[in-house]
Design a protein around this ligand. Structure first.
Ligand code: R5P
Length: 271
């Protein structure tokens, strides 16, 4: 692998332990002002110091992140659809490689929709992006998005992740599922997991713990962090599981119980 790609990747996935915590705030690219991400600047600022990298679009990067920040940027470069549109899988490449270089991106992120109507288009987008990234030493994160009618099971996710890696993605993001180790086994590049819809905090920490135990190289997590009533404690707890091998209970004790949360808040947490 090219030195530049390796160097940039090491900013996303720590080479010491092979793990990374990516904070995802790119949801607005098709969802608009998502709950608790209405003002991205406000959401991002207190969390940044606990993330290894930040995943977002160029628009939010330019307007909501201090240009003096040294957080490695995972730049979402696919889109062109909305929740109201014809088909979410009809994505195109929205941001040029020159723009990604100007923005000092450490990684490019693009969604693929295996099994969807526009499967071919999204896989072709990925191939083109990898070709561009390879030219300039910038790695590519393939986001395996799931179409409405697709099951999020190991068979389907393993298929998507493997195809992404075969087309040259340097990291793949997918969902945690039963038999997740099969997904990791079949994918020759690091696999990280999305958090998905907001869960009770304890469940999201279990998801993180199980994914790491089953071979994930980290998380690309959004809603389960910033939609929590305790986003800072949540990202710290996730981080402690990913990087320090804490159990779910240890992470809760370290980052929630020590904060003197009210008993009703703890109840939500322990649901
Ligand atoms: C989809 O909108 C994006 O790729 C998100 O970055 C990804 O799904 C991770 O965010 P969450 O943990 O909220 O699912």
């Amino acid at each position: 692998m090219d030195w530049g790609i390796k160097n940039r990747l090491s900013r996303i996935i720590n080479q010491r332990n092979g793990k990374g915590v990516m904070l995802a705030v790119d949801h607005g690219y098709f969802l608009g002002p998502t709950e608790r991400l209405e003002d991205p600047k406000k959401t991002i600022k207190p969390l940044l110091q606990y993330a290894d990298s930040l995943m977002l679009t160029r628009g939010v990067l330019r307007t909501c992140v201090d240009s003096e920040s040294n957080i490695p940027i995972v730049l979402r470069v696919s889109g062109g659809t909305s929740i109201l549109g014809e088909d979410l899988s009809k994505e195109t490449i929205t941001t040029s490689i020159e723009e990604a270089i100007r923005l000092n991106a450490s990684c490019l992120a693009l969604s693929i929709f295996v099994g969807s109507k526009y499967e071919h288009q999204t896989l072709s987008n990925l191939s083109k992006l990898v070709n561009e990234g390879e030219k300039y030493g910038i790695p590519v994160l393939a986001v395996t998005a799931v179409g409405k009618e697709m099951a999020r099971d190991a068979r389907y996710l393993a298929l998507s992740c493997r195809i992404a890696a075969e087309l040259g993605a340097h990291v793949v993001k997918t969902y945690y599922c039963e038999n997740f180790e099969k997904v990791v086994e079949g994918c020759p590049v690091p696999v990280i997991i999305a958090g998905g819809k907001k869960l009770p905090e304890k469940d999201a920490l279990h998801l993180t713990f199980n994914a790491i135990k089953d071979g994930a190289s980290g998380v690309d997590m959004g809603r389960n962090i910033w939609q929590s009533d305790h986003p800072i404690e949540m990202i710290q707890a996730v981080r402690s599981i990913v990087h320090d091998g804490l159990s779910v209970q240890e992470s809760i004790e370290s980052f929630f119980l020590k904060k003197n949360l009210q008993s009703n808040e703890l109840e939500t947490l322990n649901r």
